[in-house]
Design a protein around this ligand. Structure first.
Ligand code: SAM
Length: 230
């Protein structure tokens, strides 16, 4: 038996590629986006009452990780990418039906769209449903998860003076907290855990319409080198 589901909207996100997206929502509060609803869910009736809610659950499709052959085991980045666990013990993107879930901050409601922050969603992500976060039920006192018991330990982010000036100028142009976004995302250390890069090695990612480039000048430190319009 199979069931069909259809998106109720699509996310327009600061994240234009998968690399450097935080592994969970709310780790980068400056990560902003908009959920654009499609008819008939773009009508005010569908959103009535949602203004009383600070956070929402989004159920969505990992549309850039969909696979025909289901995996039973995955290698989550959290475990360094070289240890595998059962797919149902992880929040990996490669999973049956490709369904993701994130609690995000609801910053505003506009006709046919929701303004969101703290997102961990790629641009274009299809959203299947929105549900209000219910603090008394969704926050479980005493819950534990020995695989992921705390957020990743942030690493230090330094700036070349010119890169910081570039980021501040683009932040003003975009009307977005770009400096904070870069710092919050890079502090999660996006490189694969097994890589121990030489200081000469450059990394890069597109956030909004700017290409951010950085390197690892010494252990435990990221230095932002360039923030240029793509
Ligand atoms: N909070 C969600 C969950 O637990 O289901 C997502 C967790 S998953 C580990 C987070 C990663 O999903 C991000 O780092 C990003 O690279 C990836 N991702 C986000 N949106 C995606 C999409 N539409 N398609 C494929 N991968 C996506």
């Amino acid at each position: 038996m199979s069931y069909q589901v259809d998106p109720i909207g699509f996310v327009r996100s600061c994240f234009k590629e998968k690399f450097a997206i935080p592994r969970q929502p709310l780790l980068a509060p400056a990560a902003r986006g908009v959920l654009e609803l499609v008819p008939p869910f773009d009508q005010p009736e569908a959103l009535q009452g949602l203004e009383q809610v600070s956070h929402v659950w989004l159920l969505f499709l990992f549309h850039q990780a969909l696979e025909d052959k289901p995996r039973l085991k995955v290698r989550p980045p959290r475990l360094g990418g070289n240890r595998s666990i059962g797919v149902f013990a992880s929040r990996a993107t490669h999973r049956p039906n490709g369904i993701g879930q994130s609690v995000v901050r609801l910053d505003g409601i506009e006709p046919g769209r929701l303004r969101l922050s703290g997102i961990d969603l790629l641009d274009g992500t299809p959203v299947l449903d929105i549900k209000p976060y219910v603090p008394y039920a969704d926050s479980v006192a005493g819950a534990h998860n020995a695989i992921a018991d705390a957020p990743p330990c942030p690493i230090a982010v330094e700036w070349d003076a010119a890169a910081l000036a570039q980021a501040q100028a683009h932040a003003q142009r975009l009307g977005e907290p770009l400096v904070e976004l870069i710092e919050q995302c890079l502090a999660q250390d996006p490189r694969p855990a097994y890589q121990r890069p030489e200081p000469e090695r450059r990394y890069g990612v597109l956030l909004w319409d700017v290409q951010v480039r950085w390197h690892y000048p010494r252990a435990g430190v990221i230095r932002v080198l360039e923030v240029e319009r793509d």
